[in-house]
Design a protein around this ligand. Sequence first.
Ligand code: UT7
Length: 317
Amino acid sequence: MSLRARLTGFGSYLPKQVVTNADLAERIETSDEWIRTRTGIAQRHIAGEDETAVSMAVNSARAALAYAGIDAQEIGAVIVATATPDQCFPATAVRVQAELGMAAGFAFDLTAACSGFVYALATAEAFIRSGQVKKALVIGTEVYSRIVDWEDRTTCVLFGDGAGAVVLEATEEEGLGILSTHLHSDGSHGDILYVDGPATAKPVLHMQGREVFRHAVAKLSSVVDEALAANGLQGQDIAWLVPHQANLRIIEGMAKKLALPLDRVVVTVDRHANTSAASIPLALDEAVRDGRIKPGDLVLLEALGGGLTWGSALLRL
Ligand code: UT7
């Protein structure tokens, strides 16, 4: 009997402070109209001084554990996807492990920028399939407000802060849980979206937006095709698309490609902006809790980010 990883818990956390496009337009040369029409973003949540990658991750993890109805002591692995850790080390995941009072298991961070959650989900799934871990926490947590240049209107309007978490549990039930994952990277495009290393400079995000957009449309299209082909499915078989939330125009392009109406796509970019590795688990949590995504639904996740990295995960709840 083969093991599969099933998503049994969902949680998220958003900082209290909301910054609207109009707020930004008071500080830099931009407008609500430009931001909305180019990206679909209306507002973003920005971390306060006491909110960090660790604190937000812990809040989202607690909510996911409560949803799953399990205790942190049952968790065998904590994998955190983040590009904005509190410290170079110990890993964010290890700090989360301590905050949750876990006395066992192992924890580590993974960096794949905006694709981080899909990478972390695929990694946790591999541990579960191999039988090494029975229950895992997978978290995306980001504080991009601390790495954007607030004077650079081409990037600072795009991002927001937040965290999302899922609990994965091993199951032997056929056809449930994560059905496939497909990960890709191409380091030759590393310079079109990057953050300076803390060892060399104050980390600041740099992006050639138009270039990244071009790659996103092509690479997300191909990874979505790959996921469908691997499972013998058509776009319309998907109940819910939960994409990385970078730009509504990219999201609409993917919906069109899959021939899915927008009401079968979970969209949070309007309210959360781009929260990088946190965007997919934030969107998943919202749609599961408000009853849109139901047990048994076929859900497709896809993301592209700095690296370039990109990937998909197909799952049945
Ligand atoms: O999450 C990781 C992956 N990231 C992405 O997927 C992001 C992909 N890229 C994008 O979403 C879009 O390229 C952006 C939203 C970043 C930019 O949209 P765009 O339609 O590609 O605009 P652009 O960069 O071509 O800029 C158009 C104009 C420029 O002015 P000129 O050169 O035409 O005079 C910019 O200077 O808009 C100007 N501009 C702005 N104007 C007002 C750039 N940022 C702003 C701004 N407010 N915030």
